[in-house]
Design a protein around this ligand. Structure first.
Ligand code: ACO
Length: 324
């Protein structure tokens, strides 16, 4: 059975760090409030002129190096982002060119907000399993700092910039859960909740970029339910239980959501990988950023089972179970 095997990870964070105390100079907030409600201590912010594609290219180069591959070995580039460099072309084509890939393989963006990376994994996995692609670069990259309303303390304290990437390669497995690679991905959407989390601009509506708007408390409530559901779904499909999972790498939105959902499905607190304290919510970049850190720190390695999940604007949500 054809499988999509994760052969390398990479990530990149912009140099500039914005602490909670820095934010308290901009809006009426405090380090205590932000840490208690979200777990966030700081976030990284892109420099002037540093674009989503710049972050994506750095992360991709590191993932390629980890996989032992040249950029020319890659036959498809997928960038999950809600903060593209331009309305078009896709940031993925800029990344493709920036990496020096010239053989004409497909490159496109995927927009599912914070669930973007899980959606992109599901898409890449389908291309690989159908035989349409052999080696895919899957990137989550965001510059959310550019779509925040820096006068709205309810949202501007939550997000950060960054990028993470993985190389997925076709391989043969036995078709059971002892295989390396993506064992299950489930993605969902419910467009009825758009007003709870959205950006109030766009090319077709306002001809402006717009700012992120959110009803935080309601989003929180939906997130815990949906995330627990999709993790259960992935585990049921594969017959894998919480004890088999080596590491849970969730979308990093809020420490209370991460701990709440882990508790709900019976996952040990020590198996939850946390970067939200240092990265904030980097939307589609948060899972690959956290995964890369976990791999490089030796928290997980080849053969380990990793469970990922995300929920974001739309609403969209999804989960993925991978054996590294
Ligand atoms: N500093 C100080 N006070 C603040 C701040 C701030 N940064 N932001 C809001 N407040 C105030 C509010 O004005 C309100 O004051 P009031 O009671 O006088 O009206 C009070 O704090 C409570 O506000 P709530 O919004 O009810 O606070 P809550 O406990 O729900 O926490 C938060 C807000 C952190 C946004 C939480 O709802 C949350 O994390 N929601 C999930 C949102 C999220 O993660 N979205 C990301 C995208 S979706 C995803 O990734 C899952």
């Amino acid at each position: 059975m054809r499988r999509s095997i994760l052969t390398g990870t990479g990530s990149y964070l912009p140099e500039k760090v914005l602490t909670n105390d820095d934010l308290a100079k901009i809006v009426d907030t405090s380090d205590e409030w932000i840490r208690a409600r979200t777990g966030i201590r700081q976030r990284h912010v892109a420099a002037d002129g540093e674009l989503t594609s710049d972050l994506a290219i750095r992360a991709a180069e590191r993932a390629l190096e980890a996989a032992g591959r040249d950029a020319s070995d890659i036959d498809m580039v997928l960038v999950a982002t809600s903060t593209p460099d331009n309305t078009f072309p896709a940031t993925a084509t800029t990344v493709q060119a920036g990496l020096g890939i010239t053989h004409g393989g497909p490159a496109f963006d995927l927009q599912a907000v914070c669930s973007g990376f899980v959606y992109a994994l599901a898409t890449a996995d389908s291309f690989i399993r159908s035989g349409a692609a052999n080696r895919v670069l899957v990137i989550g990259a965001e510059t959310f700092s550019r779509i925040l309303d820096w006068t709205d303390r309810g949202t501007c304290v939550l997000f950060g910039d960054g990028a993470g990437a993985v190389v997925l390669e076709a391989g043969e497995g036995r078709g059971d859960t002892s295989d390396r690679g993506i064992l299950s991905t489930r993605i969902h959407a419910d467009g009825r909740q758009k007003d709870l989390l959205y950006v109030d601009g766009g090319p077709s509506s306002t001809q402006t970029v717009g700012h992120l708007r959110m009803k935080g408390r309601e989003v929180f409530r939906h997130a815990v339910v949906r995330i627990a559901e999709v993790m259960q779904e992935v585990m049921e499909e594969t017959g894998i239980g919480p004890d088999d999972i080596a590491l849970f790498v969730p979308h990093q939105a809020n420490i209370r959501i991460l701990e709440g959902t882990a508790r709900k499905i019976g996952l040990d607190r020590n198996k939850v990988y946390i970067t939200v304290d240092r990265h904030g919510n980097t939307s589609a970049a948060s899972i690959p950023l956290a995964l890369d850190e976990a791999v490089r720190k030796g928290r997980v390695g080849e053969g380990d089972l990793v469970l990922m999940e995300a929920m974001g604007g739309g609403f969209t949500w999804g989960g993925s179970l991978v054996r590294l």
